[in-house]
Design a protein around this ligand. Sequence first.
Ligand SMILES: Nc1nc2c(ncn2[C@@H]2O[C@H](COP(=O)(O)OP(=O)(O)OP(=O)(O)O)[C@@H](O)[C@H]2O)c(=O)[nH]1
Ligand SMILES: [Mg+2]
Length: 381
Amino acid sequence: MILGVVGKPSSGKSSFFKAATMIDVKISPVPFTTIKPNIGFGHVIIDCVEKDFGKKCNPKHGHCKNGKRFVPIKLVDVAGLVPGAHEGRGMGNQFLDDLRQASALIHVVDASGMTDWEGNPTTGHDPAKDVEFLENELDYWFASIVEKILQKIPKIKSKYELLEILKDQLSGLEISESQIENVLEKFSPQKILEFASELRKVSKPIMIAANKIDLTEAQKNFPALKEKFSNIIPTSAEAEITLKKAAEKNLIDYVPGNKFTISGSLDEKQKHALEIIRNKVIDKFGSTGVQDCLNKTVFDFLNYVAVYPVADANKLTDSEGNILPDVFLVSKGTTLKEFAFKIHTTMGEKFIAGIDARTKKKLSADYQLKNNDVVEIAFAK
Ligand SMILES: Nc1nc2c(ncn2[C@@H]2O[C@H](COP(=O)(O)OP(=O)(O)OP(=O)(O)O)[C@@H](O)[C@H]2O)c(=O)[nH]1
Ligand SMILES: [Mg+2]
């Protein structure tokens, strides 16, 4: 699972990335601070199924604390995008190719309106306009991909042949064959921009992070943004970084996505900084929004489910005896056999059947996986 972090310069993309991954990347108010992409792992946090079975898990990836399972997801933070990027403005749009494999994008918007189109300081910029231009630039990026494919096809082919070519050529864009088929039913690739825009919408849905929500100006702008866009979460990447750092120093108890409590001895300056975060962000919005944004993108927006594969449905272990070692995030509707292929090609090819670890009932190849399923897959060896 890869999520791309996009937006204009200085909106706080790298701050969001750092808040999610705690990787110490460069952050500054100067536009185009990031040029090469930052890649790292953050987490979605879910209630681990271990308690349903009265066991303690041993995760191979991520970790589990007090019943909260931290499941790794990959984040890619790229350079800032400016209007006209497809014509070479700013850093251009080539760098977006680093986002080809993303399942969704998080658009980090400077909700305060205190940076202009290029990320330079201003006042009164309408953050809603950033959403429009960004979608437009992403459409041009997809259009350039479609254009290159069409240029390779010497003459107009039948719809069937075209579909086969597109399936093959677009396979690296995290878009399913049926999605390509649906788009091709309704739109002609000859109208490149329209066709590309539709492909972009299905393969790279966008969650908006209304960032810098700690600032008064952002709080003033937020209601209008919320009215206009349904997939939007208020965030303060800066506050999340401060809270995670304080938690690392054992100054506060903090599970990302929640409130915090002071647990260490703080000096006046630290106390003041945390009080500001409490008053300006937590009391008003419930959390800093960063974790919420990741969880909602994966589970509510993309409709993914968490599935725990095990080698032994009775003991809930892998072959080495680790309890509930893995969690996979898969899209809703994924069948058991498709899931087997995701774990290992051989497991898919030699698939026999599955066992539901809760009921011990047999599951067939076309069983559609549900959230928190724990399954053993039997395959011919
Ligand atoms: N008040 C406030 N400032 C923030 C927040 N997030 C980021 N900033 C500030 O915004 C500026 C830009 O942050 P970056 O994270 O470097 O922005 P970026 O989008 O990665 O910028 P480029 O890499 O240049 O495209 C920095 O001065 C950050 O400290 C936030 O939640 N609240
Ligand atoms: Mg950056």
